[in-house]
Design a protein around this ligand. Structure first.
Ligand SMILES: C[S@@+](CC[C@H](N)C(=O)[O-])C[C@H]1O[C@@H](n2cnc3c(N)ncnc32)[C@H](O)[C@@H]1O
Length: 282
């Protein structure tokens, strides 16, 4: 109390040298100085440990950062963004349309749209379309449009693509049922232009009976069984059956990239000419 009164009222009117001299007569002054220095050092250490709350520069906002920021499960439960970034970076500043099946949030009102917002931020000139079996019109915003309906409604899918401007990317993150995945691919892949990208997410469901998948790796009805057929399709020109007529996917799938639970398929003109021996005449 007395020390406080001296510091407040006497210190300001004394020459600094005289006050320090008087202070040296106080036996507890050294202790207090040491305690203050320790407090200051601890505060400095705390501040050094604290993450800086400065804005993340645009250049550092890669797709993984955006996925975390907008809260899509493409990052966290899954590790998709680095793969997407590698396959889609050539479209970064292009004017094109991306269509994602499955907007998110399921039946929970007012939830979903995280990935659509992520794509809009990553592609500053793209139109981002989403389709969901639940009405998600609340996500509509500048460059984002939500369609309501099923991914197996072929007529709706065709209408969406007809209205879209330069569709280049389709992402199937919808029902994750094997039969739906295969059916939707059958409608949408032919509607992509050469150079287009078609991605199928969450292929773990290919092994889950509840999603129309199977534990049996030789089963032919699952989404991954379908993907495996595309691998042979890549090499159809080497089939040795005379007069063989290629299917649509044999003609137009030029690459299949398979990752943990994610498949990325590239569309192109699969027409490199055969490499193997001549086919025997029938
Ligand atoms: C995994 S969430 C999509 C997450 C979102 N794409 C993201 O990354 O943030 C799957 C969504 O697909 C929708 N869905 C389920 N069955 C569907 C179907 N047959 N057609 C279209 N959407 C469907 C669900 O309502 C749900 O909102």
């Amino acid at each position: 109390m007395l020390r406080e009164l001296i510091v407040r009222h006497v210190k300001p009117v004394l020459p600094p040298g005289l006050y320090q001299g008087l202070r040296r007569l106080d036996p507890t002054a050294g202790e207090r100085d040491a305690a203050r220095e320790a407090r200051q050092a601890a505060a400095a250490a705390r501040s050094a440990r604290k993450p800086r709350r400065t804005a993340v520069p645009m250049a550092e906002r890669d797709l993984t950062w955006l996925a975390k920021h907008f809260g899509t499960d493409k990052w966290g439960p899954h590790r998709y963004p680095p793969h997407y970034e590698r396959h889609l970076v050539h479209l970064k500043n292009e004017a094109f349309t991306l269509l994602e099946l499955g907007i998110g949030g399921y039946k929970k009102e007012g939830t979903g749209g995280a990935s659509l917002r992520m794509w809009r931020e990553f592609f500053p000139r793209a139109q981002i379309l989403g389709l969901d079996i639940v009405d998600k019109s609340f996500v509509n915003a500048d460059r984002i449009r939500a369609y309501h309906g099923s991914q197996t409604d072929a007529e709706l899918l065709r209408r969406i693509v007809a209205d879209a401007d330069n569709l280049q990317v389709v992402i199937d993150d919808g029902s994750h049922r094997s039969d739906h995945i295969i059916e939707t691919f059958g409608v949408l892949f032919p509607l992509l232009p050469i150079g287009g990208i078609y991605a199928i997410e969450d292929t773990q469901t290919s092994y889950w009976e509840g999603y129309g998948g199977s534990h049996d790796l030789t089963a032919s009805h699952t989404s991954m069984a379908f993907v495996k057929t595309l691998l042979d399709d890549l090499n159809y020109e080497e089939f040795t059956k005379a007069g063989y007529q290629p299917t649509y996917t044999q003609r137009y799938v030029v690459a299949v990239h398979a990752y943990h639970n994610l498949v990325v398929i590239e569309k192109g003109d699969n027409n490199e000419k055969r490499h193997g021996p001549d086919v025997a005449a029938p």
